[in-house]
Write a protein that binds this ligand. Structure first.
Ligand code: 5RP
Length: 234
């Protein structure tokens, strides 16, 4: 039963990713490649198109070391934001998607690079299975906050004072999770967030907080897949 549900979710993720690649990636583009299991389907769909002789001149900017490794394994050519500071489109996954296309990201810990790449993109497409849809950010998912290791317990206190239940992220073996930049992630359960813009402003202005998973006003398109098929929302 649980396996069936996991297989269905994986199928929805793959369907959303394939539909987005077909719709948004075009010849000659410089594209951002997101992180996570849905974004991995995007890289695979791009590689499959290349095997058919399509999109051969598309160059990708990976948002994590994991995505970089997958792209290299599948022979998807890569570039950097330094070589191409403006990208045509980024396709990435998300953890929670609210109706106005604000999202929480960072379940895979790549939130900082993901946001840098999204902010450098003309178009930001989120691919998701239908279970990610939520009436309000924070309902189902904590906000990941990336902090410098220096003084991180002060950041924990700051976040608790903002109303969060804070869980320092750890690996399966219990050791601290470190991002690709060597920082820590504090997962902050706020519950449904009434004013995400002011919360984001508080987080943005705190020294030692280097990133957070609230992506507000950045996403241009959502491709979501579920039992009734694939839907594109703007
Ligand atoms: C990684 C992310 C991912 O896009 C997000 O966690 C969704 O992951 P998945 O596609 O595996 O459900 O933000 O930092």
């Amino acid at each position: 039963m649980a396996d069936d549900a996991a297989e269905r979710t994986a199928r929805y993720k793959r369907e959303a990713a394939e539909a987005a690649v077909e719709r948004f990636f075009q010849a000659g583009m410089r594209v951002g490649l997101g992180t996570g299991s849905t974004a991995a389907f995007v890289v695979r769909a791009l590689a499959a198109r290349r095997e058919r002789g399509l999109l051969l001149d598309v160059l990708g900017v990976p948002t994590s070391l994991a995505t970089e490794a997958l792209a290299r394994e599948l022979r998807v050519p890569l570039t950097t934001l330094d070589a191409h500071p403006v990208l045509d489109v980024t396709i990435d996954g998300a953890d929670e998607v609210a109706p106005e296309l604000s999202v929480i990201k960072g379940g895979g810990g790549a939130l900082l690079r993901e946001k840098i790449v999204a902010q450098a993109s003309r178009r930001v497409v989120i691919v998701a299975d239908v279970a990610k849809l939520s009436p309000r950010l924070g309902t189902h998912w904590p906000v990941p906050v990336e902090v410098l290791p220096f003084g991180w317990r002060s950041q924990q206190r700051f976040l608790e004072a903002l109303g969060a239940r804070v869980t320092p992220r750890s690996r399966a073996d219990g050791s601290p999770f470190h991002t690709d930049q060597g920082n820590l992630v504090l997962d902050c359960a706020f519950g449904p967030i009434d004013t995400p813009v002011s919360l984001a402003a508080r987080l943005d202005s705190r020294a030692g907080v280097v990133g957070h998973g609230l992506f507000l006003g950045l996403v241009t398109d959502l491709v979501v897949a579920g039992p009734s098929g694939v839907e594109h929302r703007v």
